[in-house]
Design a protein around this ligand. Structure first.
Ligand SMILES: *Cc1c(COP(=O)(O)O)cnc(C)c1O
Length: 394
């Protein structure tokens, strides 16, 4: 991602900024499209992972759908050219205003997370003389074996409808005349790299679709959600394992004639395409600890502080010219890499081994394309983080 030319080009750019390598994004999207189209699977992009306009536009150009979790995301998807027939609206707390706007936009499907929400969508659709397409988000009680902060598919999570409530769902669906039941939806967590989890999910989806079909419902859509993980430890391994991922579903999902299989990938599509670039403001050498104080912090990239997420950290200024690797002549020093924000948690990672670093050095925090820029805030009245794009190889 970083040639010496690229790094030299950063010299005059004000830090911090997100550096998007659109050729990485393109390679990733190519791989996802190729792997999914083999089986006729439909991919929606989970827009909450990154709604940078250039990113959305490139994703949209691949013909993917959009998975939105707010009314504004629904609007953004439509404004960026996603076909309304490919826009789905998920989320555990959709407001009446958001539901009304999505009904006005004639989106394809609401992923519904409770019986009460189903009744409200029916009521609001009836008032407009419309029929809303819905998929029921079901909590399959599949353990994603991922960090407990980002697991969503267990019974104790706030998301989805638990299986013991399905009788209630079926009764309600039968009563509501402004609801068109399209199918069932699942999303068991994020940053999942163990394919066994998706295999377990397939088994649960098979059981649950049988349950619905056994009660006379036609399940047209099987939506397996997102959650495919990326390799945060090897940020130059650009393309996640889409092949294995889709293959699991092709092998273990019981897809009936006429059924469509949908996915909602966020992180896997965008994570490796960006790094957060910051400068060292100060180096503080303590007796027990050395600190690198950067000009970026939790206001630019919150994942490490929010859920102890790992990001590879590189000093771009202290690499050997030839190899674009850490300079072997530099001995490694352990630093706590921290931001400038007035919070003790504003630390990217403790004890990061880096070449000896100096004020003014450029630091790259890698694999920051998903849940990075979108979570930026202006806490401490910070400037909005800027974006820089490289697309020379496209
Ligand atoms: C966040 C989210 C996704 C995308 O998750 P990734 O881990 O980024 O792939 C998909 N579906 C729903 C319902 C979500 O909330």
């Amino acid at each position: 991602m970083f040639t010496n030319n690229t790094i030299q080009g950063f010299a005059n750019v004000e830090t911090p900024f997100y550096y998007y390598d659109l050729s990485v994004l393109k390679n990733t999207l190519d791989a996802c499209r190729d792997a999914s189209s083999k089986y006729g699977f439909h991919v929606h992009y989970a827009m909450k992972a990154n709604f940078n306009p250039k990113v959305i536009d490139m994703v949209q150009s691949y013909g993917f759908g959009a998975d939105c979790v707010s009314g504004n995301e629904v609007k953004a998807a439509i404004n960026h050219g996603f076909s309304k027939n490919k826009v789905v609206f998920a989320g555990v707390g959709k407001s009446d205003k958001e539901i009304n706007e999505a009904l006005d936009a004639d989106i394809f499907c609401f992923n519904v997370e409770s019986v009460q929400e189903l009744e409200i969508i029916n009521e609001l659709a009836a008032a407009k003389g419309k029929v809303a397409g819905v998929a029921i988000r079901i909590n399959p009680n599949v353990d994603a074996h991922t960090h407990h902060f980002i697991t969503t598919g267990l019974d104790e999570n706030k998301f989805g409808i638990n299986t013991w409530q399905l009788n209630d769902v079926a009764d309600t669906l039968r009563k509501l005349s402004h609801i068109n039941f399209l199918g069932i939806h699942f999303h068991v967590g994020s940053q999942i790299t163990d394919m066994e989890v998706f295999r377990n999910l397939c088994n649960r989806i098979n059981e649950i679709q049988d349950w619905f079909e056994g009660r006379g419902f036609n399940v047209k859509i099987l939506n397996a959600g997102g959650g495919l993980g990326v390799d945060y430890y090897h940020p130059d391994t650009n393309v996640p394992d889409f092949e294995s991922y889709f293959k699991v579903f092709s092998q273990f999902l019981n897809v009936k004639p006429g059924q469509e299989v949908h996915f909602e990938l966020g992180r896997a599509l965008v994570a490796q395409s960006a790094s957060l670039i910051a400068r060292v403001l100060y180096v503080k050498n303590g007796q027990k600890k050395n600190f690198l104080i950067l000009d970026a912090g939790m206001t630019e990239l919150m994942r490490p502080m929010l859920y102890q997420a790992y990001h590879a950290i590189e000093n771009l200024s202290q690499r050997s010219e030839k190899h674009s690797q850490p300079n072997p002549n530099h001995s490694l020093v352990k630093y706590d890499v921290v931001g400038p924000i007035c919070e003790s948690t504003d630390c990217f990672r403790k004890d990061v081994e880096l070449p000896q670093s100096f004020r003014g050095d450029l630091i790259a925090i890698r694999t920051a394309g998903a849940y990075g820029e979108v979570m930026a805030s202006n806490y401490n009245l910070r400037d909005k983080v800027q974006s820089v794009y490289a697309d020379s190889s496209i």
